[in-house]
Ligand binder design. Structure first.
Ligand code: PLP
Length: 391
């Protein structure tokens, strides 16, 4: 149970949207903001204290993903990291004549809309489709990558359905054609072991608020030797890759959150898998017409996405919220009509099924009792909503 701002106890099952910052992270960011406010570029004591915190956090983030500290560039979050990777590589590759980008239909908007923006600037782009498993096939990526491909961007795990993509299979295909591989690991870092060398990627995006760190802080890991044009130009911060005085408190918080996530990885992963599977099995058997979207495996431990026949997910989301249960819906209301998620649409699911999808994403605060409460509440709520729509 989590206490909301108004003191009400609530069940929070929307950890893929954001996570509550860990108490130790909150303590540290407050302490750093108060005591270590120096500019990390200053040579005096105040600056050097701040710089020491940046160095420590860089090491902690690098450790979480198996990289070197010198390869970590701090950013203002996952969206900025994705932009920096795509725009930075595109700009640095422009003179080489490689003018083609490849991505997948299930990426986050941070990647998809950046690819679209680059297409408007003359880049040729290919969006690789997926089937109903929600897993991109390495063969489909191979068919899309050509001699003029500069960068391929394939997410590590999808934020809506949790499926993990076969990066280790994709990497050699991309590299054989002389292109680079970026992955958006915003939904895997801190949830499952992530090792940049084993995955074979060249760039990897992270976001602190998805693993109990502060919002508005992220990182882009850039393999040593990969050229990325500075995304934000200005001073020499972050080795000239990302200018601007660093958010030392936020970055220190991200570092601690990374260290804590790494420490809990081996216990939290199996615990969340068991809870998620109990929730999924419970909902599928208690609610008639419920079906899981996407493959069961490989998947991040905390996510399940379920469609419920004859239900509009937004109504169910509101009904659950009134019961004190926070989830997210796959469809969003846009100009008075329900817009299905681009991910479920790309998976080729029937329209009605895309409109009735709910994402449950579990995290540190969740317990078996909470999962059982959701399973107990859902059938009556679904019957009520079905009766209302039948009228
Ligand atoms: N990429 C993925 C897969 C995400 O799930 C998110 C956040 O939902 C982002 C990128 C954006 O990260 P941020 O909120 O830190 O900008």
């Amino acid at each position: 149970m989590l206490r909301s701002a108004h003191g009400v106890m609530r069940i929070y099952l929307d950890h893929n949207a954001t996570t509550p910052p860990a108490p130790a992270v909150l303590d540290l960011t407050a302490r750093v903001a108060r005591d270590t406010w120096g500019n990390a570029s200053s040579v005096h004591h105040f600056g050097q204290q701040a710089k020491a915190l940046l160095d420590e956090a860089r090491g902690q983030v690098a450790d979480l993903i198996g990289g070197d500290a010198a390869e970590v560039v701090f950013t203002a979050g996952g969206t900025e990291s994705d932009n920096a990777a795509l725009r930075g590589v595109a700009e640095s590759m422009e003179p080489s004549g490689r003018r083609h980008l490849v991505t997948t239909a299930i990426e986050h908007e941070a990647v998809l809309n950046t690819v679209k923006a680059l297409a408007r600037r003359g880049w040729r782009t290919t969006v690789v489709p997926v089937d109903s498993s929600g897993i991109v096939s390495a063969e489909a990526v191979a068919a899309a990558v050509g001699e003029d491909t500069a960068l391929v961007s394939v997410m590590h795990a999808n934020n809506e359905i949790g499926t993990m993509q076969p990066l280790a299979e994709i990497a050699p295909i991309v590299h054989a054609r002389g292109a680079l591989l970026h992955t958006d690991a915003v939904q895997t870092a801190g949830k499952v072991p992530v090792d940049v060398r084993r995955l074979g990627v060249d760039l990897l995006s992270l976001s602190a608020h998805k693993f109990y760190g502060p919002k508005g802080v992220g990182a882009l890991w850039v393999r040593r030797g990969v050229r990325v044009a500075p995304f934000i130009t200005g001073g020499r911060q972050e080795r000239g890759r990302r200018a601007g005085t660093e958010n030392v408190a936020g970055i220190a918080g991200m570092g601690l959150a990374a260290a804590l996530a790494q420490r809990h990885l081996t216990t939290e992963g199996p615990r969340l898998t068991a809870l998620r599977d109990r929730l999924e099995a419970g909902v599928l058997s208690a609610v008639e017409g419920a079906a899981r979207n996407g493959a069961a495996d490989p998947r991040v431990p905390n996510t399940t996405n379920i469609s419920i026949e004859g239900i509009e997910s937004e109504s169910l989301l509101i009904g659950l919220d009134l019961e004190g249960i926070a989830v997210s819906s796959g469809s969003a209301c846009s100009s008075g009509t329900l817009e299905p998620s681009h991910v479920l649409k790309a998976m080729g699911l029937p329209h009605a099924r895309t409109l009735g999808s709910i994402r449950f994403s579990l995290g540190g605060s969740n317990t078996g009792a909470e999962v059982d409460r959701v399973i107990a509440v859902l059938p009556a709520l679904v019957s009520k909503l079905r009766a209302l729509t039948r009228r």
